[in-house]
Design a protein around this ligand. Structure first.
Ligand SMILES: C[S@@+](CC[C@H](N)C(=O)[O-])C[C@H]1O[C@@H](n2cnc3c(N)ncnc32)[C@H](O)[C@@H]1O
Length: 296
């Protein structure tokens, strides 16, 4: 947006100019991104922008907005600039230490809640492996009344963000956080659980050239990549989860359609599991693997 001293900008003009600019310079939803950043700069809700179209923001807020628009055009994700992203209609604080929650992960939450409803136990014990922002664990804690969740992550900065999100949504008493590698992060002798959920890293380093620049330049490598082929962490997760699931318990994890066949084969070839099925995402792509822990 031109910075000529004599030019004044109304909220409507700022939105229109920025939408046009983003539609030429970024890959996202230009209007939505302009609204999110302007609402954040003005410390108001997006909807309020529409009732304040003729207002002229004060210069300090305009300067902040301008800086964000430049950074967005240079590739920084809007969620990191604004400091939050909505997941399952809840607001999650995010920063570059955590993956930005994705809509496809909501399918994992839906499947987990359905499974929890089918159980007659109290409390329902759940583990979320690689919790990141805590979007899965926190959402489940808000939706399942009688649950106790253990959330793990290898990244301590990520766990701090997840703890903050749990507190923000007032479910911190239902979630315990543990730093460390997959399920080894849990204390020795932890009780077996009814459900293990995970959105683990699943991009293979060999696929690096196919990954969007905005993702690979800004989101944490540790949240994205898993060995050369993307299956390394998932394979370990499948094996470790078998040790901690109760008979009849469920393992549910997100993965990429590209490696779905290999992930399904890994679960099917493990004698500990049965009833393996795949759930599609909003784009009709295979996205979530669900398996039941055998009775033996
Ligand atoms: C794809 S992100 C998912 C984050 C969040 N659950 C979500 O759905 O947005 C994967 C997360 O797993 C964590 N992670 C990576 N390797 C791990 C490991 N070996 N053990 C535990 N967590 C790990 C990363 O730090 C990251 O937070």
């Amino acid at each position: 947006m031109p910075e000529t001293p004599e030019q004044t900008w109304t909220i409507k003009q700022l939105l229109d100019w920025t939408t046009d600019f983003f539609s030429k310079s970024t890959m996202g939803n230009a209007r939505l991104e302009a609204e999110v950043l302007l609402a954040e700069a003005l410390a108001c809700q997006r909807i309020e922008l529409y009732t304040r179209f003729d207002e002229q923001p004060d210069p300090q807020r305009l300067t902040e907005f301008r800086a964000w628009v430049k950074r967005r055009a240079a590739g920084e994700p809007v969620a990191y600039l604004a400091g939050h992203r909505e997941f399952y209609s809840l607001r999650f604080h995010v920063d570059p230490n955590v993956l930005i929650p994705r809509p496809e992960t909501e399918h994992l939450v839906v499947a987990a809640v359905e499974f929890a409803k089918s159980l007659k136990c109290d409390p329902i014990r759940i583990i979320d492996v690689g919790t990141g922002s805590g979007c899965i664990a926190v959402t489940l804690a808000t939706l399942i009344v009688n649950c106790k969740i253990a959330a793990t992550d290898i990244s301590q900065p990520a766990l701090e963000i997840a703890k903050g999100n749990a507190a923000h949504h007032e479910v911190e008493s239902k979630i315990h956080f543990f730093t460390g590698d997959l399920l080894q992060a849990l204390p020795q002798g932890s009780s077996p659980v009814h459900l293990i959920v995970s959105n683990p890293p699943y991009i293979g380093k060999l696929e690096l050239s196919t990954v969007d620049d905005q993702v690979k330049n800004h989101e944490p490598d540790i949240a994205l990549f898993s060995g050369d082929h993307g299956t390394e962490i998932i394979e370990r997760l499948i094996n470790e989860a078998a040790q901690l699931l109760l008979p009849g318990g469920a393992l549910m994890f997100e993965t990429s359609p590209i490696i779905m066949d290999r992930c399904v084969a890994l679960v099917e070839n493990n004698q500990a599991y049965c009833d393996v099925r795949v759930i599609k995402d909003y784009s009709d792509l295979d996205r979530i693997v669900v398996a039941t822990r055998n009775n033996n």
